[in-house]
Design a protein. Sequence first.
Length: 424
Amino acid sequence: MANANRLTEAFHAETAKVVEKTIQPWTAREGERVMANASHLTEAFHAGTAKVVEKENHSTVDLGVKVERVMANASHLTEAFHAETAKAVEKENHSTVDLAAKVERVMANVNRSTEVSHVETEKVAEKENHSTVDLVAKVERVMANVSHSTEVSHEETAKVVEKEDHLTVARLKEDSITGSERNFTDGTDQTVFRINRFLAKSGLGARRDVEDYIRSGQIRVNGEEETSLSRKIDITKDTVEFNGEKVELVSDNTILALNKPEGYLCSHHDVHHDKTVFNLLPLKYKKFNMAGRLDLTSRGLMIFSANGDVLNQISHPSYDVKKRYLVQVDKPIQESDFVELFLRGVEDDGEFLRAKEVSIVDSETSTISIMLQEGKKRQIHRMFQAIGYKVVDLQRVQIGKLLLDDLDLPEGKFKEVKLEDIFG
């Protein structure tokens, strides 16, 4: 009804505005017709409004009845919910009581188990303590025995090592004195060989390689070309040549000292370098190996042999064969700059580099003497580089007891030496 009234008032207001706006220019007759139409429209509007209101009233009554039915149902549902809730609460209370009783029983059992566990733990701990005391006593006795055994072992080991060193040096000296016809075939005195075996043992190459040399006519025996693989060579009588150069068997105990010049690579063969130290040695020494390499730019004393024991004695630090070097650096240097540091050791690239002896030989030329017991790759270069110096010349002048100056050996030349020349 409030809406209907508001609509009516709005309609009247709009109608009045239209009438007021349009009535002035009209004639009286036209005004009467407009007013008649407006009155007719008003009556029709009132009639329609009354019908709407009546219909709305009927709908309102029906809605009220529906609301009453809904409220009744809601009240019934609420009562049922309260009843069910009361039952659930009562049931939950009974469950809670049962649960509490169960918890009490469990806690009682836990307490009893805990008390028993404490008692058992105390017993175990007491037993473990006794075992630990016994174990400590046993360990102390074992350690005492080990200490005693270690002392005895050290003494015995020192004696054995000393005895073994004497025996090894004596054996090597004895072997080095043996004639040049020894050790050609595992220590036997064999003097006759098939030609391909003779050439292979002389260091000329592998069996297959030397057989190719024979077939191609590059081998001469006693001045005549030899192409037969069945030919036998008597080393006491026959002379064998390869491309005009004499081929000889050399005793494995032969030791060579070489004064290496700068620019020669310490290798049997290298595709990138034409000059190797073996270019300075005759063909018969091609199978030899070296003890202690020198850099391409370094020079000085080197030892060669086919005897692995000799090379190992020279190279391995356990035999304490020292090597001395004369080193020239790129700028003036004082002993305080490096001597104590080099004796203590310098760490470089995960390696510990240390000198055995260090001294300045000539301060004007910045020349230093360094003694090493164990030479690692480019050790001296790396040690000086670590303190800001560059090595411009490095010469090895001593190996063991053997001095380069005593050999009177020009660069690029070699000579045979004895084992005692190195070890004394």
